[in-house]
Design a protein around this ligand. Structure first.
Ligand code: GDP
Ligand code: MG
Length: 631
């Protein structure tokens, strides 16, 4: 009867946590558990065997190679049944003697045959009339040295695995320590102390009391009385089957009886029975209560965590939206929406109204300024060459004419040659801007069509082809422009204005216009800028000294023309017009009848949505369970 009352108080809480675990909520938030830690051969398995009433795998070396969650459920109507779950499968069985085989099989499946370890959890649920309500996790024994066949860092691996479980603030640490060693310095207690320095969630189980050297009992008692190392949850002392008894096939039930007898008759430890600090049976009840207390205590926090997590996951889910509608007409509308959105954005981008990643117009302006600088830099080179040609004219080009008479064509050639040199940087500017624009367009398509690989692909290809075509057009225009520049032309009025500007800028020069003599105006079919100058009145003997100024003035005009012309071509064809063409190409998609194909979702997104939805479901379920228990 008393047992029933206890079960009523305990079971719902332990069930809650087990249910939560089976929902998979542990992925979202840690659950209160009891983790069993101890050095190898400290007696962990023996304690768990006594608690569960079944034999567990034993042997030398690392026997526990995966965390094993032992769920014990008391049910007076059930004789004995068990379910072992791992890697997504659940295997029920009802023969206690098969536990060892099943656990070993599970470990081999998860950690591979041999001596490796693995972090995946094996769950063994045992329901029977003789166990108490409890669940705890058995962990691999602490070890320092690797044995044959083990990876060198096995100790580190095991340490990390244990730490992963015990560093969690809501885990109860059950440190198993043999009585016949220097208790305070065992690795298990050291690790526990590391994560629980206050000793508020560590309970120590002292094993092998029958192996204590006579005379050492007092020291052990002192420890149990909490006077050596203070543990708020206290010390426990249990006696399990020694190797001899196991070899003699002593049953666990018999062993428990023998244990009670041992303490009853023990000269020093007898008192511990009264204090409820000895025997496995007493330990079971204590643990059960401690776990429930822990669970109750962590419920408000868990509830809070679940709500917070739920909010976060729901938000993430809302961010990846619901995907396209299923109904065909709706789906079409949706496609129109998506494409319209893209078209609007790309149009705005081409107008400089939206900034996608970087400000495209700012980037282009920078590039165009560089073009301008390139033109300006070319000026000094140009001036130098012109001066050289003038200087060398007498030696190299002068024919029968008298000094001071010169040939316009020579200078025309110089202008043509130097201006032609600007073609290459103009093309580079085009190429750079084209890449920039294409990158921004691509970025936009990735953004807007991120869930739709087909649309992303089509738009990307469109952008590529259109950009290619448009840049061919611009290239042709630039080539044309330079062909026109070879003509060496400007309106007289503009030229004169520049000459005057050049003069005011450079007072040391005599007036160019007035000083030039009339000579060699042989070219009839073109309007020559230089002719004008040459025809101007004046009779200075050294007309050639005026040439540099005139050519400078002309170059100024060329620079102004090109400085604007090239950027205007690029902006118009590469940005504005290509945005327009991309839009119309995208609209063509609406004439097709394979909307399903076009709106095929990115499988990753679809999977992600499913995963988030599952998380939401888990959290909602957990939240429901929590409130039903608390309410
Ligand atoms: P584990 O490696 O921590 O799981 O330790 P085991 O439970 O396998 O125990 C190691 C050895 O100590 C086994 O041979 C057990 O039979 C033995 N052992 C465990 N508890 C006791 C005990 O209370 N008394 C005696 N004499 N031997 C024990
Ligand atoms: Mg063991």
């Amino acid at each position: 009867m008393f047992q029933d009352e206890l079960a009523k108080k305990v079971r719902p809480f332990i069930d809650l946590i087990d249910d939560m675990r089976s929902i998979g909520i542990e992925k979202e938030l840690p659950l209160p558990t009891i983790a069993v830690v101890g050095d190898q051969s400290s007696g962990k398995s023996s304690v768990l065997e006594s608690l569960s009433g079944v034999a567990l795998p034993r042997g030398t070396g690392i026997v526990t190679r995966c965390p094993l969650l032992l769920q014990l459920c008391n049910d007076r109507t059930v004789k004995w049944e068990a379910v072992i779950s791992y890697g997504g499968q659940n295997i029920p069985f009802n023969e206690p003697s098969e536990v060892v085989r099943h656990v070993e099989q599970a470990q081999n499946a998860l950690a591979g045959k041999g001596v490796g370890i693995c972090e995946d959890l094996i769950t063994l649920k045992i329901t029977s009339s003789t166990v108490c309500d409890l669940s705890l996790i058995d962990l691999p024994g602490i070890t320092r040295v690797a044995v044959k066949g083990q990876p060198d860092d096995i100790g580190v691996q095991i340490n990390n695995l244990i730490m992963k479980f015990i560093k969690n603030k809501i885990t109860i640490i059950l440190a198993v320590v043999p009585c016949n060693v220097d208790i305070a310095t065992t690795e298990a207690l050291k690790m526990a102390q590391e994560v629980d320095p206050e000793g508020t969630r560590t309970m120590a189980i002292l094993t092998k009391p029958d192996l204590i050297d006579p005379g050492e009992e007092k020291n052990v008692l002192e420890i149990v009385q909490n006077s050596v190392m203070d543990l708020k949850m206290g010390y426990f002392i249990v006696k399990c089957r020694g190797q001899k008894k196991i070899d003699e096939n002593m049953s666990i039930t018999d062993a428990i009886e023998e244990e009670l007898e041992f303490f009853k008759t023990h000269e020093h430890f007898r008192s511990l029975l009264r204090e409820e600090k000895a025997t496995t049976k007493c330990l079971a009840t204590k643990l059960s209560n401690a776990l429930v207390k822990r669970i109750k205590k962590s419920l408000p926090q868990m509830s809070e965590n679940i709500k917070e997590k739920l909010g976060k996951v729901k938000h993430l889910l809302s961010q990846i939206e619901g995907g396209p509608p299923k109904e065909p007409a709706e789906k079409r509308k949706y496609l129109i929406q998506v494409i319209t959105e893209f078209n609007e954005q790309i149009t705005q981008l081409s107008k400089g109204d939206t900034i996608i990643e970087e400000n495209l117009f700012a980037l282009m302006r920078k590039e165009f300024t560089e073009w301008m600088e390139c033109l300006n830099n070319a000026k000094s080179h140009y001036h130098k060459v012109v001066q050289q040609v003038v200087d060398e004219y007498d030696q190299e080009h002068r024919g029968s004419e008298l000094p001071g008479f010169s040939n316009y064509r020579v200078f025309q050639n110089v202008v043509q040659k130097l201006v032609a040199e600007l073609k290459k940087p103009a093309m580079t500017t085009l190429q750079t801007i084209r890449e920039m624009v294409q990158k921004e367009f691509d970025h936009l398509s990735k953004e807007i069509f991120k869930n739709y690989p087909y649309l992303q692909d089509v738009s990307k290809k469109n952008i590529q082809t259109i950009q290619e075509k448009q840049s061919i057009i611009v290239k042709e225009r630039i080539v044309e422009q330079f062909e026109m520049e070879i003509q060496v032309y400007t309106q007289d009025e503009i030229f004169n204005k520049h000459i005057l500007e050049g003069e005011t800028a450079d007072y040391s020069h005599p007036s160019l216009l007035s000083d030039l003599s009339d000579e060699d105006s042989s070219d009839e079919d073109e309007t020559h800028v230089l002719e004008k100058g040459e025809k101007a009145e004046g009779s200075d003997h050294d007309t050639r000294s005026k040439y540099p100024g005139l050519l400078k003035a002309y170059y100024e005009i060329v620079v102004q023309r090109l400085a604007d012309q090239v950027p205007m071509l690029i902006r118009y064809f590469i940005l504005k017009q290509s945005a327009k063409i991309v839009c119309s190409e995208m609209l063509d998609l609406l004439h097709r009848d394979d909307t399903d194909n076009i709106l095929q979702e990115n499988s990753e997104i679809a999977q992600y949505r499913v995963k988030l939805q599952a998380q939401v479901d888990r959290l909602v379920q957990a939240n429901g369970k929590l409130s039903s228990l608390r309410g």
